[in-house]
Design a protein around this ligand. Structure first.
Ligand SMILES: *Cc1c(COP(=O)(O)O)cnc(C)c1O
Length: 481
């Protein structure tokens, strides 16, 4: 029975629960079948690669053709990278546990905006619980808490804005920049740190990049020198950012040393743990982030190592009260008391106004499988990466860039007869992409091009690793002609 008496048919249809039920059931069947086939290895391709022009042409034609939403979902499935595929080893995108997708569905159809308490009663309370849990797991005391926000990029910017509020000599938020401000980071930091500093108006000279050692970790022996240089140039350094881990190689900076340096010089210590901060959940790998408890802020993406569909990012403050200083604004129609620390109005502390119920995905996962699901995932993926590294070291035609600490692994195909190894590896990666049986990416480390893999899928086995190396050798042979 539809209650929209005098409304048009199209609006009645748009809200029809029967249609929702019917399409929804078909969609769940479609997706479940897709996952069954993927895990049974009946899907030959990790990525059904199309060029941008081919993809655009297809979707232009599709857009003009009269088909249903379900048809669209089918086409999307057929024309998208399959992140659940055991031979997808490309980017650091989590392979989401399927329950997370159902949480996303709930978030979407309820469309609770979360920014103010009433339109996110459940999600604001859940955010409080999960951020406290993450804070405790990091090793912070009860003063700590935080927020959820749309991705590591935004979380890093938010943390650096808080750092500026706390450490800049002038109240930049009210009076604009009076001094030249700067942050110190490793040259291997994710590009979004550089971007955040530029958004904040620090300019190029406000991002002081410290070289890394041969393990790709920030050289802590150079910190004093870089800070002194900055002072000599009239720059006021407000913060130091540690990588846990770095994006290109998955190297963990020495957080304990960085934390001590920050304490000595009264700097804000921010840890970009978007990818590898997740190891706080693993007893085995927690030592990689020794010293993280010295941080003022920590970012952890649940959509990287923690099985949660994108986006879902926690930003944790060791002193939760400072999170309210970041954006001091009046929005009378939202909040009566702009200055009050109301945990339940999450928009006071986030960049976003409207925000989907991203924490629900994390909460539902923990409820369904227990917290140990995170530890199991990390331990499993880090172990697989070690096994892959051994396989590479045992083959003379491959060279490992560096022993992996996380689940990111870079290697090169080497051929003594070929003088242009960089070009050869680029060609190999392009060929792999077009074939689509395996999905990997590439990166530059120094002046060397490497094939880059991230082992994100517990379903990936040693046979897949060997299959990839065999495939690369065959492609290289063909390229030789
Ligand atoms: C992925 C990543 C980011 C960016 O996070 P998004 O969620 O993609 O915005 C930042 N820093 C590191 C170290 C990362 O791995």
């Amino acid at each position: 029975m539809n209650q929209l008496e005098s409304t048009s048919q199209v609006l009645q249809d748009a809200f029809d629960p029967d249609r929702f039920r019917s399409v929804g059931r078909q969609l769940i069947d479609l997706l479940s079948h897709h996952f069954e086939e993927t895990y049974a290895r009946k899907k030959p391709q990790a990525i059904p690669y199309q060029s941008p022009e081919e993809a655009l042409a297809f979707w232009k034609k599709d857009f003009r053709t009269k088909t249903s939403a379900l048809n669209v979902f089918e086409e999307v499935l057929a024309r998208s990278i399959n992140v659940h595929h055991p031979r997808n080893m490309g980017h650091q995108v989590t392979v989401p546990a399927l329950i997370g997708g159902l949480a996303g569905l709930v978030s979407d159809v309820l469309s609770n905006g979360t920014g103010v308490f009433e339109v996110g009663m459940a999600s604001n309370a859940m955010e409080r619980i999960i951020t406290s849990l993450v804070a405790t797991t990091i090793g912070f005391d009860e003063q700590a808490n935080g927020l959820f926000t749309s991705g590591g990029t935004l979380a890093n910017l938010t943390a650096l804005l808080a750092a500026r509020q706390a450490k800049a000599p002038s109240k930049v938020w009210d009076v604009g920049h009076q001094e030249k401000l700067a942050i110190i980071v490793s040259e291997e930091a994710h590009y979004c740190i550089d971007r955040a500093a530029r958004i904040m108006g620090f300019g190029k000279e406000g991002i002081i990049k410290v070289p890394v050692d041969e393990q790709f970790k920030i050289r802590t022996d150079l910190l004093e020198k870089h800070l002194a240089n900055a002072k000599a140039q009239d720059l006021h350094v407000i913060a130091l950012v540690g990588c846990a881990s770095s994006t290109a190689t998955g190297a963990y900076d020495d957080l304990a040393a960085l934390g001590q340096f920050c304490q000595k010089h009264n700097l804000w210590f921010h840890v970009d743990g978007a990818h590898g901060g997740a190891v706080v959940f693993s007893k085995k790998h927690q030592p990689l982030v020794k010293g993280i408890e010295l941080a003022d802020t920590v970012v952890i993406d649940f959509h990287k190592m923690l099985l949660t569909p994108a986006l879902s990012t926690a930003l944790i403050f060791s002193d939760g009260a400072l999170a309210y200083q970041t954006f001091q604004q009046r929005a009378q129609y939202l909040w009566d008391a702009a200055q009050e620390e109301e945990w339940y109005n999450s928009g006071k502390r986030t960049f976003e106004c409207t925000k989907f119920m991203m924490v629900l995905k994390v909460y539902a996962l923990i409820k369904e499988f227990g917290l140990e699901v995170f530890e199991e995932n990390i331990d499993c993926l880090y172990a697989k990466t070690q096994a892959f590294a051994k396989l590479i070291q045992n083959r003379s035609s491959f060279r490992l860039a560096v022993e992996p600490e996380a689940n990111i692994l870079n290697f090169q195909y080497v051929d003594v007869a070929n003088e242009n190894i960089n070009q050869l590896n680029s060609q190999i990666r392009q060929q792999l992409l077009e074939e689509g049986k395996f999905y990997i990416v590439q990166t530059m480390l120094g002046d060397q091009r490497y094939l880059r893999t991230t082992i994100m899928n517990p379903h990936t086995t040693e046979l897949d690793f060997m299959g990839l190396l065999d495939e690369i050798e065959q492609i290289a042979l063909k390229l030789k002609g």
